[in-house]
Design a protein around this ligand. Structure first.
Ligand SMILES: [Zn+2]
Length: 88
């Protein structure tokens, strides 16, 4: 028999209004910018350029995608650089 593994489901939004949101990092965009999702109501937040937490709107999702791409290519380039300098 398969046992349901899901935790008992509260009414998520009610839970959050009582206990506050329980945000967990769902994505690291750059070293400083992360995306968070509330494990109860699935509300999403992101860090903006000033370091404040703001609601993750489609616009910010788009910005984060671009930032992530820039960040990844920068990290990749750094990796190649250190690799090259360790050879010579
Ligand atoms: Zn919540």
């Amino acid at each position: 028999m398969i046992k349901p593994t899901n935790k008992p489901t509260f009414i998520p939004k009610m839970y959050c209004s009582f206990f506050g949101h329980d945000y967990q990092v769902t994505k690291k965009v750059t070293y400083h910018i992360k995306e968070y999702t509330c494990s109860h109501c699935k509300k999403q937040l992101t860090t903006n350029s000033n370091g404040y937490l703001i609601e993750l709107t489609p616009k910010f999702k788009e910005i984060n995608t671009i930032l992530e791409r820039i960040h990844t290519s920068r990290v990749e380039r750094l990796k190649k650089k250190t690799l090259a300098s360790s050879i010579y």
